[in-house]
Design a protein around this ligand. Structure first.
Ligand SMILES: [Zn+2]
Length: 379
């Protein structure tokens, strides 16, 4: 995969993604690792007879999570009169909403849910249902993040603005020395910011961080506005018909907090940890040292691979190496596919990083925040 990145090419896969403002970023052209991996993975699916997409486990999981969200919402809004029942219900609702993000919309947004485009489109809109935007997500995640993982000023996921320093190439402020403490509560506010502010701000200014995106048109605009209207109606308008406004705001805040903490922590454990690298293009040529596929492995860390509960809940986001290399394969296949990926990495001398548990990943993220907060570059 050459990884040459050209303006205004709207695509979902790394190799075809965009660059803006005339900048060109190229990955190394040696694609032997990726070709061999693809060959082995194709062979794996042929021999096992498993399906890459349209897996029954995925449809079952979607039913459980969407049904669970509906049930929790109905119980919370229409059938709960006491705070000690409402509080756990609101927290559980926020948690399940995050799981819908990890499991359903994430796969669908990568066209990994189904072979049918309309099924992917429909299921990708579950992010609009939980308050996000499938349009903004496509640009932020599938294009900027997946193409340019951990490349400062290109990957919008490692850009927290002045609030935090996640890479050694970002500007250091004195107050970052406390970021390993103050960023955790801010992670909790992420869902509120995302639902009520960021998507409108990004679409309005046609930019995510400093990366340009086109203004949504046609159906994209209808889905963006319709999705936000639906979410605001479910989150505020309907509950306020039955409860006082401050009670509604309180429980919305609790659900959003649970959702924000869950989403942020899982996102950060894959890339903002000690073992991940943060390479930059050569200043004179704009060329990255490695090919796109090797770059994905270098910048990504798995965690808790052997924990089936974590794997089920997180939609395979604990198998981020597999996800970044094979984003169009449904996540229910990652656990059985991981040995193929790991062996191919080993055969090509590409280091495959993983944390044994969720807690080990969390500790590593904490240490990385502390290190980036106190050191101007790599120690
Ligand atoms: Zn992804």
């Amino acid at each position: 995969m050459s990884g040459t990145v050209k303006s205004r090419v709207h695509a979902t896969r790394g190799k075809e993604a965009i660059a803006d403002q005339g900048s060109v970023l190229k990955f190394d052209k040696n694609n032997d690792f990726q070709h061999e991996l693809k060959r082995r993975v194709d062979e794996f699916f042929e021999t096992t007879g498993l399906r890459q997409r349209d897996c029954w486990q995925m449809y079952l999981k979607s039913g459980i999570l969407l049904g669970g969200m509906g049930l929790l919402y109905v119980l919370l809004v229409f059938y709960t009169a006491t705070w000690w029942v409402a509080v756990p219900l609101a927290l559980a609702l926020g948690f399940v909403m995050a799981l819908i993000g990890f499991n359903i919309q994430h796969d669908a947004g990568h066209q990994a849910y189904s072979d049918y485009g309309w099924v992917n489109k429909l299921m990708s809109m579950t992010i609009d249902l939980i308050g996000g935007s499938s349009y903004v997500w496509h640009w932020r995640h599938a294009v900027f993040h997946h193409t340019f993982v951990n490349i400062t000023d290109h990957d919008t996921d490692v850009d927290l603005g002045f609030l935090g320093r996640l890479t050694p190439h970002q500007k250091h402020y004195a107050f970052h020395r406390w970021q390993h403490l103050y960023l955790w509560p801010l992670y909790g506010l992420m869902a509120i910011k995302w639902q009520l502010v960021n998507d409108f701000w990004d679409v309005g200014r046609c930019k995510i961080a400093e990366r340009r995106i086109p203004f949504p048109r046609g159906w994209d605009l209808v889905i963006f506005l319709g999705g936000k209207a639906l979410f605001l109606t479910l989150a505020f308008v309907i509950p306020m018909l039955f409860h006082t406004w401050w009670v509604v705001l309180l429980y919305y805040g609790l659900a959003a907090l649970a959702m924000g903490v869950t989403l942020s922590i899982v996102f950060q454990l894959a890339h903002a940890v000690e073992e991940a690298e943060f390479p930059m293009p050569a200043a004179d040529t704009g060329r990255m040292e490695n090919s796109w596929a090797v770059h994905q492995v270098q910048t990504t860390v798995n965690f808790a691979r052997n924990n089936p509960v974590v794997s089920w809940l997180l939609g395979g986001l604990n198998f981020q190496i597999e996800h970044h290399l094979l984003p169009r394969i449904c996540h229910v296949n990652y656990p059985i596919l991981a040995p193929v990926v790991e062996q191919t990495c080993r055969d090509f001398g590409v280091v495959y990083h993983e944390h044994r548990s969720l807690l080990a990943g969390l500790r590593s993220h904490y240490r990385w925040l502390r290190r980036m907060g106190t050191v101007e570059g790599y120690a």
